[in-house]
Design a protein around this ligand. Structure first.
Ligand code: CA
Length: 363
């Protein structure tokens, strides 16, 4: 990754002098070739945060490449449905996609690990694991057979537990609960006696309104306000035990990526890295504002999940992850990598982030 950052810098410098850093003449014929890509997403076009990130990516790539790589962004359903992004990019219908890896557990069980793990890493830790702890290499190995190269594509930070039309006072209240919750979190709800379903964000408001589902998680105040869930749900529970630091993804068709000259490949990588951080910055700022609006303007009742429920869900989460690892060799490797990283991060963050949060509020 760092090598590619330097590569793009070297190429930018080389383009000024007509020579690369090795003193060889630059390949002007190749460098003038231009490309047009299609980017399919799992989000409504221009949806706050999730949908604006791929637009942001396309704009950055266009500017950095001086228009040599132009990317047209399609919202969910415009070119392919939300949950067909993986196949569309794998098969080359589009060159690049933006979505969440945990939508693809039907393709590869271990994909869930690369979005978020219940009671796992937060956003800062996920980014550290992916980029400096071996996570991205594992993710690329997992997607390799599908002709895809993944990049981290943004983070929402810690999510909310979700919107409920039923009070959750004990684990017994989860029995029979029909909830939209994808990935490993969904497996935990199923194990607790609930019914977990996966459906795209655009269908959630109506499904809550008509009672097709009793509860839904989505993201956090910024995105949840945009969908208007406060109009169709009674209680807004926290914390997002199931998605403590969800990473979104860019997935690129391998041939499409390889067909780019090295400077454009570096631009794709660098723009993805920039958007990945930018989204977390945006969510951090906007979630704060949106929570104030949900509570003060819309009178939303924000509730903490009882400790008994948190303990119950955590025990079930451990079972779900252990069973997945026992059942799938690749998942076992990823689980071991994440768990080792989490132990270190928990120890250090106990005396840094966590200690600081406490210090800031100490009376
Ligand atoms: Ca979510």
């Amino acid at each position: 990754m760092r090598i590619l950052f330097w590569a793009v810098l070297s190429l930018l410098l080389a383009s000024c002098g007509g020579q690369n850093t090795d003193g060889e003449p630059s390949n002007d014929v190749v460098s003038q070739q231009s490309f047009k890509w299609k980017l399919v997403t799992a989000w409504p076009k221009n949806y706050p945060g999730l949908g604006t990130a791929p637009e942001n990516f396309a704009n950055r790539v266009k500017a950095m490449s001086n228009g040599r790589l132009q990317i047209k962004v399609f919202g969910a359903g415009q070119l392919v449905p939300a949950l067909e992004v993986f196949d569309a990019v794998s098969q080359g219908t589009a060159q690049i996609g933006h979505s969440g890896a945990y939508y693809w557990t039907g393709k590869a069980k271990a994909a869930a690990f690369f979005t978020s793990i219940p009671f796992g890493l937060n956003a800062q830790e996920m980014n550290a694991w992916l980029h400096y702890g071996g996570g991205l290499e594992l993710w690329r190995e997992l997607y390799e057979p599908f002709n895809l190269v993944p990049f981290a594509g943004g983070s929402t930070g810690v999510q909310m537990a979700g919107w409920f039309n039923r009070e959750i006072n004990s684990m017994a209240d989860i029995k029979g609960l029909k909830m939209r919750i994808p990935g490993l979190g969904g497996d935990v709800i199923t194990r607790a006696g609930g019914v977990s379903v996966t459906m795209p964000g655009g269908e959630l408001y109506t499904s809550m309104q008509t009672g097709v589902i009793d509860a839904t998680e989505w993201v956090g105040p910024y995105n949840d306000l945009a969908f208007g869930f406060h109009q169709v749900a009674k209680y807004y529970y926290y914390p997002g035990w199931h998605e403590p630091g969800s990473i979104l993804e860019f997935m690129v068709n391998k041939q499409a990526l390889n067909s780019l000259p090295t400077d454009l490949q570096a631009i794709v990588e660098t723009a993805a890295r920039a958007v990945n951080q930018d989204m977390l910055d945006e969510y951090t700022a906007r979630n704060n504002q949106a929570l104030v609006e949900l509570v003060n303007v819309h009178g939303v009742e924000v509730r903490k999940l009882p400790d008994e429920v948190i303990r119950g869900l955590r025990a079930l989460s451990e079972e779900v992850i252990e069973e997945l690892a026992a059942d799938n060799e690749f998942a076992k490797r990823v689980a071991a990598s994440v768990e080792a990283f989490k132990q270190q991060a928990t120890a250090y963050h106990g005396i840094s982030e966590e200690a600081y949060y406490r210090a800031r509020k100490l009376k």
